[in-house]
Design a protein around this ligand. Structure first.
Ligand code: GLP
Length: 261
């Protein structure tokens, strides 16, 4: 796990975009995994800026979302597909038809989950997966207690997550759907490269458990310790509970120019 602690939050965008862009440089048809939430927004802004300047093209990429609320109409502004379209896809040269998310409106949700797994597999798997982390250590919507081998399925959101996400629903936790479809921890662990962004003091405890705690379903993000290629991008507040922070800083400062993410 490469832990990158950036002193300047402005650097989160370029560093995260570099991590994604290296895959597209190697393979213009790279399969991207996209995350919602505020954490990856700077990365998305930077990717969009590079596309605008003609430095990067995602036109031949395909993308898969991590998760989706159950029951929100497709045109609801907070459905995750709508969020990703607004925050990222509309600003790229990537056609929205190349972006797929779990079908939270499907009549048969279990079949929709199985179809989603199949679609990812048929695309050849995800090359680079962006991730954020919940204050309770969830990744995608894999809440504490999630099987670390889980696949895409329906989950019930915790009261904490609904409180955290209420800011997108007029401040009312009751307006946040109770259920979601989410890639499982096992699904996420199959992506080739995981790029996690965590910012702010509220994430410090979860980041500590993810990077330095015991691997446990109580902190689903700790499963990232089992993946051979993970980049964790943090600001100083999110990194404030890391015991080995000095070492991570030294390793990043001494990283050879030739070494990619
Ligand atoms: C939601 C998403 C997660 C995201 C988390 C943190 O629960 N399902 O994928 O990581 O929010 O969001 P934020 O980055 O806004 O703190």
């Amino acid at each position: 796990m490469e832990v990158v602690i950036l002193d300047d939050a402005e650097r989160v965008g370029p560093v995260g975009a570099d991590a994604v862009a290296q895959h597209v440089r190697r393979n213009p048809e790279a399969v991207l995994g996209l995350a919602t939430g505020s954490s990856p927004l700077r990365v998305y802004q930077e990717l969009a800026a590079r596309v605008r300047r003609g430095e990067l093209s995602l036109a031949r990429c395909r993308a898969f979302l991590l998760d989706e609320y159950v029951g929100l109409p497709a045109d609801h502004p907070e459905s995750y597909h709508a969020v990703i379209r607004r925050e990222l896809v509309d600003r790229l040269d990537l056609d929205d038809s190349r972006v797929l998310g779990p079908a939270g409106l499907a009549e048969d949700l279990a079949a929709a989950c199985a179809d989603y797994e199949l679609a990812i597999a048929e695309a050849g798997g995800i090359d680079v997966q962006l991730l954020g982390i919940g204050t309770d250590g969830h990744i995608a919507f894999n809440e504490p207690g999630s099987s670390l081998a889980s696949r895409t399925r329906i989950k019930t959101l915790t009261a904490q997550t609904r409180r955290d996400n209420a800011r997108f629903f007029g401040g009312d936790p009751e307006a946040v759907p109770h259920h979601c479809l989410t890639q499982g921890v096992g699904t996420i662990l199959q992506a080739g490269h995981l790029v996690m962004v965590a910012l702010g003091q509220a994430k410090a405890e979860a980041v500590h458990h993810m990077v330095e705690g015991a691997v446990s379903a109580m902190w689903p993000a700790s499963a990232l310790q089992m993946h051979p290629h993970v980049t964790v991008i943090l600001d100083p507040a999110a990194a404030s509970r890391l015991q080995l922070a000095d070492y991570y800083r030294e390793a990043w400062a001494a990283k050879p120019d030739w070494q990619e993410f």
